[in-house]
Design a protein around this ligand. Structure first.
Ligand SMILES: Cc1cc2nc3c(=O)[nH]c(=O)nc-3n(C[C@H](O)[C@H](O)[C@H](O)COP(=O)(O)O)c2cc1C
Length: 311
């Protein structure tokens, strides 16, 4: 079952541009929604609640019914001290879709439902998927192996099939999706939406330094390293950025993993600022472009892919 009709009819492609720490900003989100896919950002990308409120006012003004709706990502981990304030702002400005990560919370889901908002919770396995739905999430984001940021380890085929055995609500699939044919593949597998992050790092709107954008365009799956040493949670990173930060990837196992703390991530966290997160799908990314051009290409590739099923 896809998202409600009111949302589905506003999409030109069954896709969500996923939230990325530091990278996703209002410019990128607006470009994504105007091109017909859900754009999203983590609330923590706004430095403080006042700025978050300004962003929501701007998005509600600029994103119209003719565009795809936007989504806000709330980190539910206990170290996120801003959660309550940010939830209240999402309720006040009736954010259409909320993406939650790291620990399902019933009171947050209830708050979003109070104004008709939709909650999609991201998970890496069936245990977390059941917990999220039991606590009231409307849909699931299945984070498979190869995803940028805090990725899972399971095959997308296994994740989608096992979830579809008991859940017929909205499913977004993520992990290395950076081509229209991969979006079509996600739908064929049983997902309703593809969920894509890393390819949008290499866009003009993204809040990333030029070298990061170029590294995404120049790299491929072989350049991605999976480790928990930078944030305490396993994630995928660009190996050339680890080398540039003066760390020998072969010596990494000798370091101790840092503890996850979202309260301090904005300040001096080395991970994400100097060591660049990225999924394995970026072999499909060849250059840095406006987000609109990236999405137009995805639409063409998607049409070509689905025509193979119908011809
Ligand atoms: C640099 C970077 C930062 C990310 N930050 C967040 C975040 O703050 N919150 C979140 O829920 N997911 C975050 N993610 C994960 C993405 O939302 C999404 O799951 C992932 O990008 C999908 O895989 P893909 O990059 O292979 O498309 C991040 C991913 C990347 C690459």
């Amino acid at each position: 079952m896809p998202l409600p009709d009111s949302i589905q009819k506003r999409l030109q492609l069954p896709a969500i541009a996923s939230p990325m720490f530091i990278i996703s900003n209002p410019e990128l989100v607006i470009a994504q929604c105007k091109a017909g896919i859900v754009g999203s950002f983590p609330s923590l990308n706004a430095r403080e609640p006042g700025q978050f409120e300004q962003w929501l006012i701007r998005l509600n003004e600029e994103i119209t019914e003719d565009d795809a709706p936007y989504a806000v990502n709330l980190i539910l981990h206990h170290s996120n001290k801003r959660l309550q304030e940010d939830v209240e702002l999402c309720v006040k400005y009736k954010v259409p879709i909320i993406i939650t990560s790291l620990g399902a919370k019933e009171d947050v889901f209830d708050a979003i439902h109070s104004y008709g908002g939709i909650v999609l919770h991201d998970v890496i396995n069936q245990t977390f998927a059941h917990k999220a739905i039991d606590k009231g999430a409307d849909g699931l984001i299945l984070v498979a192996t190869g995803a940028g940021g805090h990725a899972g380890t399971q095959s997308p085929f296994a994740l989608v099939r096992e979830t579809r055995e008991w859940f017929d609500g909205p499913i977004a699939l993520s992990g290395s999706i950076a081509h229209g044919a991969s979006i079509a593949g996600s739908i064929a597998m049983g997902a309703d939406l593809a969920y894509m992050g890393s390819l949008f790092i290499a866009t003009e709107e993204a809040n990333a330094v030029p070298a990061y954008k170029q590294m995404v365009a120049d790299s491929s799956a072989e350049d991605i390293l999976y480790t928990n040493l930078f944030t305490g949670v396993h994630g995928n990173y660009l190996t050339p950025s680890i080398v540039a930060a003066g760390i020998d990837p072969k010596e990494l196992h000798k370091q101790e993993a840092v503890k996850m703390n979202f309260n301090e991530m904005g300040s001096d966290a080395k991970a994400w600022k100097d060591i660049w997160g990225c999924g394995q799908g970026i072999g499909a990314v060849k250059n840095v472009r406006p987000a609109k051009d990236v999405i137009e290409q995805l639409k063409t590739e998607y049409s070509e892919a689905i025509s193979k099923f119908t011809n």
